[in-house]
Design a protein around this ligand. Structure first.
Ligand code: NAD
Length: 251
């Protein structure tokens, strides 16, 4: 088991990519704080599945857009499992809004969760990791950190910001043996895009752009997430792994 004895927080882990990563970490021996903002039932269910498989996990409510939520997550990891080795900033939201309809509230909602939340939770986590001799911070970004997504400018801007956040944190935290990296998924079928992709010929058009000729599943992200959390990646920092079936090759 590659994460035996480690303690991880995965934000937004009640469903989708976060849930798959939390399960993957549980399988590899980590104790996992399964964060959720609203749906307690699905997070309890995700944590329960890890425990049923012989692992350790608890579900913890916290809104990553608020500093109080950051404290709650870190305290839960330290109190329940004795420390914090791995943080996965996975929680994210996407709102469809054409640029010409730009609304400051949309900006605040998306940036507060996707970028500001990830930044300040990372800083809080780093303070704990420093005291323990190091750690891993992994950010779930998107191929839209490089390529803008139509009608989702603020989402794309938030992910572009993550790209620089990863490099900036990696630079300043390296001396404390904290590695900071990102995973940028391509098209992964989750609740974030299920209804959008079900409309018209969107799914078929998307498939045409993916060289590996399938839409990804949440489980496709787990291998990279385990690698970046494990000692196998101790010399990897400030970088992004694109897990996209080759989608960016067509851009
Ligand atoms: P999802 O909507 O299923 O999961 C997002 C999770 O974040 C949900 O559990 C949600 O409750 C949680 N969340 C939202 N706001 C929160 C907050 N304020 N505090 C705590 N949790 C909050 O979608 P997903 O596809 O699993 O997305 C996970 C991450 O992957 C996101 O950052 C997303 O941008 C990124 N991503 C997804 C895709 C894709 O194709 N699905 C592609 C690229 C990147």
């Amino acid at each position: 088991m590659r994460l035996q004895g480690k303690v991880a927080i995965v934000t937004g882990a009640g469903r989708g990519i976060g849930r798959a990563i939390a399960h993957g970490y549980g399988r590899e021996g980590a104790a996992v704080v399964v964060n959720y903002s609203r749906s307690r039932e699905s997070a309890e269910n995700a944590a329960g599945a890890i425990r049923d498989a012989g692992g350790r996990a608890i579900a913890v409510q916290a809104d990553v857009a608020h500093p109080g939520g950051h404290n709650a997550l870190i305290e839960a990891a330290v109190k329940e499992f004795g420390g914090l080795d791995i943080l996965v900033n996975n929680a994210g939201i996407e709102i469809h809004e054409p640029v010409l309809d730009a609304n400051p509230e949309t900006w605040e909602r998306i940036i507060d969760v996707n970028l500001k939340g990830a930044y300040f939770l990372s800083v809080r986590a780093a303070a704990v990791m420093m005291g323990a001799g190091g750690g891993k911070i992994i950010n779930i970004s998107s191929v839209h950190d490089l390529e803008p997504l139509w009608n989702r400018a603020i989402y794309s801007i938030s992910k572009g910001g993550l790209l620089m956040m990863v490099k900036s944190l990696a630079l300043e935290l390296a001396e404390y043996h904290i590695c900071v990296n990102a995973i940028s998924p391509g098209a992964i079928l989750t609740d974030m895009n299920r209804s959008h992709l079900a409309q018209g010929d969107r799914r078929a058009r998307l498939l045409e752009q993916i060289p590996l000729k399938r839409i990804g599943e949440a489980g496709d992200i787990v291998g990279a997430a385990v690698f970046l959390a494990s000692s196998e990646s101790d010399y990897v920092t400030g970088t992004t792994i694109y897990v996209d079936g080759g989608l960016l090759l067509h851009k």
